[in-house]
Write a protein that binds this ligand. Structure first.
Ligand code: ARG
Length: 399
């Protein structure tokens, strides 16, 4: 009888390598490994070699960098996607894409099972499981690390028993990387009071004391050029990562609430995401009305929570994207940024759709704003506040 197949999301790390053998031994399955390139800086040939050496039936590689940027990062830019106002969602955005590819490959390969190497303590299991089930509810999902409550020590013991090579250089951190950022967890960072060492970072450097200036141009909410040079979104993000990171800008270090209730200390580096969102937000403040901005802030918070919590495929996310897209029609213009020693600030902005008119707001001479109109406005604006105070004061004096 031929064995059933399983498609495993394979990163080449210890967890997913252990998963190959577990699926073979404990579940008696033929394993197809699938590696998706979302811009992580990995040696994909080595990853393939490793999967084959542990005995996978077949290894599949898909370059999804373009799709990741177009279908996931661009909507996040338009939504100013930041979880708890800090985390640019790098890992959270990539998971539904990887899950979707798992389901597609499983269908093509006629595999009734898919597998991932997530633990039962994190967010990624929620994102994988829900996205896979949204794409194909018939697929059986196997998560060996979660199912067996495996720890790193047990994984290393099992690898030795099974003759799976384990790299000696013990990995200091659990890292997840793609073009939108790098998530760094575990090791000495679990002490929330411990400052992340410089060598934890790859995108951000600490040796540059110069002052940098750049200009990012947006068209309908999408960044399209740096310093007047048009670039496709992938190249633009890569270049910004390099430029902005070289000034020490891009580190995020905060306490985060995971979906499963755990608080965790999270460290990220995302120079391009921070620079783009900071400038995109700034431009929106110039071209959107106060009413649009206030409502969009509520939408952004909800959008970021949906994405963080694994609900990318909920219809609400699509509904919110329609609203957000509509708001981006006028988000066209240029924003200047200055960077120095880990700090970044906007130093200027320009747009043909600007609602900021210096002749209206100026305090000098020739303003077109009729100050006489303000007196009545102030009266009406504070009507209830003044009335409430008058009543309260009267109550006190009557006592
Ligand atoms: N806390 C982040 C998130 O939930 C990062 C997760 C990083 N994953 C990892 N394997 N290191 O999106």
């Amino acid at each position: 009888m031929t064995k059933q197949k399983v498609v495993l999301a394979y990163s080449g790390g210890l967890d997913t390598t252990v998963c190959i053998r577990y699926l073979q031994v404990m579940h008696n399955l033929d394993v197809i490994t699938l590696t998706i390139d979302c811009g992580q800086n990995d040696d994909f040939r080595e990853i393939e070699k490793k999967a084959l050496s542990v005995g996978c039936l077949k290894h599949i590689f898909i370059d999804s960098k373009k799709e990741f940027a177009k279908e996931f990062i661009i909507p996040s830019i338009k939504a100013n996607g930041l979880y708890q106002n800090k985390y640019p969602l790098g890992t959270a955005l990539a998971r539904p894409l990887i899950a979707c590819k798992l389901a597609e490959v499983a269908q093509k390969e006629e595999a009734p099972n898919v597998a991932h190497g997530c633990t039962g303590k994190g967010n990624d299991q929620v994102r994988f499981d829900l996205a896979i089930r949204a794409k194909d509810p018939k697929l059986k999902i196997i998560a060996p690390i979660r199912d067996m409550n495996l720890t790193r020590d047990l994984e290393i013991k099992f690898s030795k028993e099974q003759n799976i090579p384990v790299s000696n250089e013990a990995k200091k951190y659990s890292i997840d990387e793609n073009i939108w950022g790098r998530s760094i967890e575990g090791g000495d960072l679990e002490d929330a009071s411990f400052e992340p060492p410089k060598n934890a970072f790859r995108f951000v450097s600490f040796s540059n004391d110069d002052i940098g200036e750049i200009e990012i141009e947006f068209q309908k909410g999408i960044p399209i050029a740096i310093d007047g040079k048009r670039l496709n979104i992938n190249d633009l993000i890569e270049q910004l990562t390099r430029i902005v990171g070289s000034f020490g800008v891009g580190i995020i270090d905060h306490i985060e609430d995971r979906i499963v209730g755990i608080k965790s200390r999270e460290v990220y580096e995302a120079p391009a995401a921070l620079a783009i969102i900071e400038s995109h937000r700034d431009l929106e403040k110039m071209v959107l009305t106060n009413h649009e901005l206030r409502f969009k802030a509520v939408v952004e918070e909800n959008w970021s929570w949906l994405v963080y919590s694994g609900l990318w495929y909920d219809p609400l996310r699509v509904d919110l994207d329609k609203f957000i897209d509509e708001t981006q029609e006028r988000v066209t213009g240029k924003v200047k940024l200055k960077m120095h020693n880990g700090c970044l600030r906007v130093t200027g902005r320009k747009s043909d759709y600007s609602l900021y008119q210096s002749d209206v707001s100026t305090y000098n001479g020739s303003s077109s704003f009729d100050q006489g109109l303000a007196k009545g406005f102030v009266e009406l604006w504070g009507l209830q506040t003044i009335m409430a105070n008058a009543i309260a004061n009267k109550a006190v004096s009557d006592e």
